[in-house]
Design a protein around this ligand. Structure first.
Ligand code: ADP
Ligand code: MG
Length: 282
């Protein structure tokens, strides 16, 4: 996804003038955000800024009070999550939602089958072959490739129950990628991970985007991670978008510095986590 092709394509996912009110509270005020082809876009902001609300609006869990959501130029504002998934939107969850008794490989295979051979799951169940009957060559090849790409080869036959959180998160990414998405939304992918696991995840996401041309939107409180990984970063504060730009531009933006008052942002992304005005981690 480079050059002309990427530039001529409509954004894969886009929020235009999105406003979200909860009673009298304005959680989002006329927010614009675009996720272009093959890019990693970050969304950061202090606690309560509206990140999760925007994530909900983009994924289809929340209907905005005003504004539109588009995928490749098509209006999906009223489309439920399943319809957006069929159009190529995948998401991972902050708390991995995996089936404890299935193996790593079975998770990836099931996601692939749900997307590409949905009817077979039903006929297999109906004919007593179980949830995961024999795999065809296409499925085997796709699953092999994903398992290897996400460094899951060694654990592929283990049940997901008992896997370290960092590994579970990679399983979730593999599962999302098995649906061949155009865009992946990731909600706080680094939460609960240690530094080594976070670095491994970041390296994997870089590789996946480069090799598959998928676009990513990360909603993250780990600002150094976002600045180190993303092509474009959007910053929310009290429901307003206060800045958008390259990591370099964001690092030097006075409004961003003010929103994250009290922290030295000069050594980002190598420095520690930024602290929001209330003293909580953003
Ligand atoms: P963030 O994810 O950036 O921490 P949120 O999107 O969760 O922020 O919240 C933004 C604001 O909207 C907060 O003031 C929060 O209390 C409020 N909010 C979020 N969801 C709801 C809801 N379902 N009902 C009422 N207020 C909500
Ligand atoms: Mg949140």
């Amino acid at each position: 996804m480079t050059g002309k092709h990427a530039q001529s394509e409509e954004p894969r996912l886009e929020a235009r003038g999105v406003t979200m009110r909860f009673g009298g509270l304005v959680a989002l005020s006329e927010v614009d955000l675009a996720v272009p082809a093959g890019q990693i876009v970050g969304l950061v902001g202090p606690n309560g800024a509206g990140k999760s609300t925007l994530f909900g609006v983009l994924s289809g869990l929340l209907r905005p009070s005003a504004g539109r959501v588009r995928m490749l130029g098509a209006d999906v504002t009223a489309a439920p999550p399943q319809l957006r998934a069929r159009r190529g939107l995948a998401r991972t969850f902050q708390h991995p939602e995996l089936f404890a008794s299935l193996t790593v490989r079975e998770h990836v295979a099931l996601a692939h089958r749900m997307r590409h051979h949905r009817r077979r799951i039903l006929t297999d169940l109906f004919d007593g072959r179980g949830l995961l009957g024999r795999a065809d060559r296409d499925e085997t090849e796709h699953v092999d490739a994903l398992v290897e790409e996400l460094s899951l080869t060694e654990v592929q036959h283990q049940p997901v129950l008992g896997l370290p959180l960092g590994t579970s998160r990679l399983v979730e990414v593999a599962r999302a990628l098995a649906t061949d998405p155009l865009v992946m939304l990731m909600d706080e992918p680094s939460s609960g991970l240690d530094v080594t696991e976070t670095e491994a995840l970041a390296a994997t996401m870089r590789k996946v985007v480069a090799e598959r041309g998928v676009s990513l939107l990360l909603v993250e409180h780990d600002v150094p991670l976002v600045l180190g990984l993303c092509d474009t970063v959007h910053v929310l504060d009290f429901g307003q978008k206060i800045a958008a730009g390259t990591p370099e531009e964001i690092r030097n933006d006075p409004a961003v510095r003010a929103a994250y008052l009290g922290e030295d942002v000069d050594d980002l992304p190598s420095g520690g986590e930024l602290v929001a005005p209330g003293g909580e981690l953003a």
